[in-house]
Design a protein around this ligand. Structure first.
Ligand SMILES: C[S@@+](CC[C@H](N)C(=O)[O-])C[C@H]1O[C@@H](n2cnc3c(N)ncnc32)[C@H](O)[C@@H]1O
Length: 202
């Protein structure tokens, strides 16, 4: 429950919203409600951003409290995104044009196995979007950015995020194990976070 409140608060920070919006914008707007699955959705920010871009977006999270928070926010904001309880381990029969995971891989027992499960759910010709703090995420770097570069609502939430994630970055080398048809890397939040967009062969 505390986790859901904390992540609802974090997802409401301007810098957090902006960087996730920039990552979602790496995908073209959907023509005809293509399916987008956001795994480990927390209170639903990425799924709501995808729905606003015309996707039939669904967030999946293993914690019921996260899903309830996401459903409440979607109702309140008029978002068409839907949410359900589920684990990455049970994705076997799912496919979607876009699969995304934000700040998920590093909290899994095996990021590599998690990545493979996400990739398997991407339909041929589709894309996988990973958003993860990088090895540059740390308290000193957060302090430096907060001095001059980051403004807006709840900007000090960055300290909390940096504290929780420093030293836990996923090794980007794992993305090269997927045999993607193409890949794009976009540094976000001055390089403290990265977005990896990997396209699957059609
Ligand atoms: C660090 S939070 C990130 C939440 C959100 N994606 C964001 O970026 O704000 C990780 C989320 O992944 C969920 N999660 C953890 N293990 C999972 C699993 N095996 N399958 C699905 N979701 C999982 C947690 O419940 C939590 O909501």
């Amino acid at each position: 429950m505390l986790g859901a409140q904390l992540f609802t608060w974090l997802q409401g920070a301007d810098f957090y919203h902006s960087l996730h919006a920039a990552a979602v914008d790496l995908l073209a707007p959907s023509q005809g409600q293509q399916r987008w699955l956001d795994v480990g959705s927390g209170p639903g920010l990425v799924a709501r951003l995808a729905a606003a871009r015309g996707y039939a977006a669904q967030g999946i999270d293993i914690q019921p409290a996260m899903v309830h928070a996401a459903q409440r926010i979607a109702r309140r904001t008029g978002s068409a995104a839907t949410f359900r309880v589920g684990g990455i381990e049970a994705l076997a029969d799912e496919t979607a044009a876009v699969v995304s995971a934000a700040s998920l891989l590093a909290v899994l027992p095996s990021p590599q196995a998690g990545l493979r499960a996400l990739w398997q759910a991407v339909r041929p010709g589709g894309a996988l979007l990973i958003i993860e703090p990088t090895a540059a995420m740390g308290l000193a770097q957060a302090r430096q950015l907060l001095r001059a570069q980051i403004t807006g609502r709840r900007k000090y939430a960055l300290y909390l995020w940096a504290y929780a994630r420093q030293g836990r970055a996923v090794d980007p080398a794992i993305y090269h194990t997927l045999n993607a048809a193409s890949s794009t890397y976009r540094p976000l939040l001055h390089g403290l976070v990265g977005a990896w967009l990997l396209h699957k062969q059609g």
